[in-house]
Ligand binder design. Structure first.
Ligand code: ZN
Length: 415
């Protein structure tokens, strides 16, 4: 039975993790940074070494293609992202890309030719840590935004994504998306505690959560910090502080179905001797049902208004685009379970609480998301970790699913 080289995969994960390595064992590789460029270069090098044809589209998504016997058929796509949070871990996203590469090497070693081409993809800016929001490359591939909007998205220093793509050498010429894809399979660490707690090796992801978020802006009045009477102050930062604490309290009351926290604050002029006249607070919500998500959003809007009134501030509240719960392709959920069973791994069904490139690819073609456990459910952290045997198990399941999809013959995996 076809099995990947787990040691090679693990060594690749460690080599990739060393690019932008942090002192506490994580990686700092935000999208389109020098470290992201180095990671892309290494991926392209490995892909070419494995005999793959590499192309880059106009938003910098990289596709490494293994030819199919009938290369005119839409390809089976697999992959994830090599960019990280700031800082992030070695596995979030990276596992999906490097496991896919190891699957291709495994097919090469076994001399397997598939009917359809297999494309390993590294999506641009999944994390959104430097250029918010995230899952950009796959979002554009799925036709949910425009190239112009993305190229003009700026980081905090005002640098547009388009300039950075050119600078690191990944402003490709190929049109983004607009081509058929047969199916998409993404392997990812769970980023939650469920699989580990259950002692289960493989997660077949059945559905997503309802997500939303927004931005609250408080407007006060600038003034000298050492002369303006306390009673006269209209300090926008105080409004921000109060709403942050109130959102956290609201979040505590939502578990286990929902969660919400404020995550971003910007304040102007952000100077020790000025009373802040403007402050913005960003937050994110997830909830098992849409009504729950909307209740939280409404509650935060009301909280913002009453806090603004008490603090004598102006306020505006804006909602970011929402994601609604959907079900992944049932035949691929079953295929995940079958592949796990055949390989002797335990599996269970579970939802994903977080966004992934797979959530965008679901709009393009039948899509599967496969989870493996990560230690303590920790991610978006330098402490993120997964056990080598779990990475291997995930890659083996990925191999059998890709083989099934690319051949359209599930039975081949039994050989
Ligand atoms: Zn990820």
């Amino acid at each position: 039975m076809l099995r990947v080289d787990g040691e090679r995969l693990w060594s690749d994960l460690m080599t990739m993790g060393a690019i932008g390595a942090t002192s506490r064992g994580g990686s700092y590789r935000t999208a389109l940074s020098d470290a992201d460029r180095d990671a892309r270069n290494l991926f392209v090098h490995w892909a070419k070494e494995a005999g793959l044809t590499v192309t880059v589209d106009r938003i910098g998504n990289i596709f490494a293609r293994r030819r199919g016997a009938d290369d005119s058929l839409p390809p089976v796509m697999t992959g994830s992202h090599l960019d990280t949070q700031a800082p992030g871990g070695k596995f979030d996203g990276v596992l999906g890309v490097l496991a896919a590469l190891e699957v291709v090497r495994t097919l090469n070693r076994a001399g397997v030719q598939t009917k359809r081409a297999i494309e390993v993809v590294n999506w641009t800016n999944e994390e959104g840590a430097r250029f918010p929001p995230g899952v950009m490359g796959s979002n554009l591939f799925a036709g949910q935004t425009t190239l112009d909007v993305l190229l003009n998205t700026r980081d905090r220093s005002g640098t547009p994504m388009g300039d950075e793509l050119v600078r690191i050498g990944y402003a490709g010429r190929i049109e983004v998306g607009r081509r058929p894809v047969h199916s998409y399979v993404e392997l990812h660490i769970e980023q939650g505690p469920v699989l580990e707690a259950a002692g289960v090796q493989i997660g077949a992801v059945t559905h997503t959560s309802n997500q939303g978020g927004g931005m609250i802006e408080f407007i006060g009045e600038n003034g000298h910090l050492q002369t303006t009477a306390m009673s006269q102050r209209r300090n926008a930062l105080v409004g921000a502080a109060r709403v942050i604490a109130a959102i956290e309290e609201l979040g505590m009351a939502q578990e286990p179905d929902g969660m919400v926290s404020a995550t971003v604050i910007d304040v102007w002029p952000n100077n020790r001797v000025n009373i802040p006249h403007k402050a913005q607070v960003g937050f994110l919500v997830v909830h098992a049902d849409a009504a729950g998500r909307d209740r939280i959003l409404n509650a935060i809007e009301q909280l913002s208004a009453s806090i603004a009134q008490e603090c004598k501030l102006g306020v505006s509240f804006s909602r970011s685009p929402q994601r609604h719960r959907f079900e992944f392709a049932p035949e691929l959920v079953e295929m995940t379970e079958r592949a796990a069973g055949r390989l002797g791994y335990s599996s269970m069904r579970l939802p994903t609480w977080t966004a992934h490139d797979a959530l965008n690819m679901h709009r393009v073609c039948p899509t599967a998301l496969v989870f493996i456990p990560c230690c303590g459910g920790i991610s978006h952290s330098e402490l993120e970790w997964c056990e080598p045997e779990h990475a291997t198990a995930g890659a083996n399941v990925l191999a059998h699913m890709l083989l099934g999809q690319a051949q359209q013959l599930d039975a081949i995996a039994d050989e």
